[in-house]
Each structure stands twice: as structure tokens, then as C-alpha cells.
Design a protein around this ligand. Sequence first.
Ligand SMILES: [Zn+2]
Length: 190
Amino acid sequence: MVIKCPKCGRTAPDDSIYCPYCAYGLRPLAITIRVSAGGILALVAAVASLIFFTLSIRALLEIYSWYPQIVAQSWFIYDQMLTIFAFFGLFTALPAAVLALSRKSYRWTMILMTLCTLSGGGAWITSMIIPDSKLLNSVLYYFLPVFLTPLVGTVLISPRKAEFKQYTKRHQKNERDKEKNESKTQQPAS
Ligand SMILES: [Zn+2]
């Protein structure tokens, strides 16, 4: 027995959870490792952002006691930028992780993951233009944890819309409505 994929129209074995050709979800709430992995990556980004937020707030408060005035001044603006990006990263990654792991809202997961990736990119760019920056450090401390992590998470989650509850509910409702309409039109007009 085979079923027809509603997206690409090709046929797949009827026990398939996903279409083997276009990866469309053929079963409601088919939970995959991909979305879970994406959610965990968002969680990692949230933890990394929290650490950077804490560190950069501390640096903002104490930088003038750490360095000579002139050095501290040249660092201050970058530290402010890193603090803002880290704050933004934390408050997008955390809800994105919760939404992805609970399969609550596909749209909000994608919006938050994208914003988190952008703020991670901002933090990474800041870490490269900061005075005396070292490429290895900015890759290790910024590129990997706060940019690449949510980016990979976004890429993993994006084709898995069928796993999310709101989508599934709406999808099922549409199917039901369609059936109702069909049975109505089949009734002879009186
Ligand atoms: Zn397909």
C-alpha cells in the first residue's frame, strides 16, 4: 500500500512518517530528532547568551577600574553592543527552545530563531571589530555558540512544520471543513 504526498504528489509507503522525496510530514505530530536537536541548540544558544550577558554587564560596570581610562573608553561602546546582543539573544533563544521542544508554534519558533541568529551574528561581528580582537577567540566564543548554533537550529527546524501543534490543528480543521463541504455538495438540492 502507498499514500500520495499532498505536497509533491509522489507516492510513499503508507507507513512513512515523512515523504521520502520532499520531507513533507505525512503523519500529524510525527516527532523527529531534528526539531528536538534544533530546540536543544537554541537552549545552548540561550545558555551562551546568558553567560555573555553576565560577563559583559560585569565588564561594563568594572571596565574603568580594569584598564586605563583611554583603553576603557575605546572598549566601552563594543561592550555595550555585546551586552545588547547577548540580552537579545537570550530572550529570543529561550522561548524558541521552549516552543521547539514542546512543538507549540512553528511560526514563532522560526521568528525567534531567526532573530536569535541575527543577534548572534551581531555579537560575532562586534567581537571582530573590537580593538585587539583575535579571530580565533571571536570564532570560539561568539561565532560558534551564539551564531552558528541558532543558525543550524533554524535550518534543522524549518522543514518540519508538520510537527507543530497549531499547524497540525489548522491542517486537520481544513481537512474536516473540506470533507463537510464535499458531503454538502453531494446532497441533492431540494
Ligand atoms: Zn513529497
